[in-house]
Design a binder for this molecule. Structure first.
Ligand code: SAM
Length: 206
């Protein structure tokens, strides 16, 4: 298997400086759509601690911190993404370099765990989902937004297209597939919606 984490890190280290400004498909466009939808899903949900996995430049945490003071943590593989996020000096926010597969937090730390446009990069998605479940408090929410296809389009992406790419994309999963994976991991599905084209958000409750 390719070293997808090394590819993602190289790719996003290279994009970090321009990521927020370049509002195109291959930069922050889908991320902004997903982050804004996740923020909508959180409206009215009480929380004190939120973790964003694959946080990139901290766009979602910045959005949330402007709405509500809380403890915000962001984890990302890319040192350069984390450097840009830290540079924003967001009140209440801590950013660390790390992998979704091995979150550097104790069990039952967070009220909400989010993941925007990052899950399709994870070489071991089931492991990453189990990590989200582990660090969530009982009753906490896992809100995952991503771009993905099922059926023949998904098969072509997963078996042909992604093998040729060097951006660290390694598997596409559609909304139903993510909901199934969440249920298998131990979440109860609280909400599932297609936002725009292939972009969806699924919310699981621990
Ligand atoms: C398309 S960007 C999305 C960034 C941000 N969440 C957003 O929506 O704007 C994907 C991010 O996932 C990170 N990433 C990829 N694989 C990862 C992994 N295994 N663990 C943690 N972060 C990862 C990348 O470094 C990158 O910053």
């Amino acid at each position: 298997m390719k070293d997808y984490e090394a590819l993602s890190k190289k790719h996003f280290d290279g994009q970090a400086a321009e990521y927020d400004q370049r509002d195109t498909y291959y930069y922050s466009q889908n991320g902004k759509i997903s982050c804004r939808d996740i923020a909508e899903r959180i409206k009215g949900v009480p929380y004190e601690t939120l973790l964003d996995v694959g946080c990139g430049t901290g766009f979602l945490i910045d959005l949330m911190a402007k709405r509500k003071p809380a403890k915000y943590c962001g984890v990302d593989l890319s040192d350069e993404m984390i450097r840009v996020a830290k540079g924003k000096a967001i009140p209440g926010a801590e950013f660390v370099v790390g992998s979704a597969d091995k979150l550097p937090y104790p069990d039952e730390t967070f009220d909400i765990v989010t993941c925007s446009q990052s899950f399709h990069h994870y070489p071991y998605p089931e492991k990453a989902m189990r990590e989200a479940l582990r660090v969530l408090k009982p009753g906490g929410l896992y809100i995952l937004s991503d771009t993905g296809l099922g059926g023949i389009g998904g098969w072509i992406d997963n078996h042909i297209l992604f093998k040729l790419m060097s951006s660290g994309d390694c598997h596409t999963t559609d909304r139903k597939g993510i909901a199934k994976m969440m249920e298998k991991t131990g979440f109860t599905i609280a909400d599932s919606r297609q936002i725009k084209g292939m972009i969806y958000t699924v919310t699981g409750k621990k």
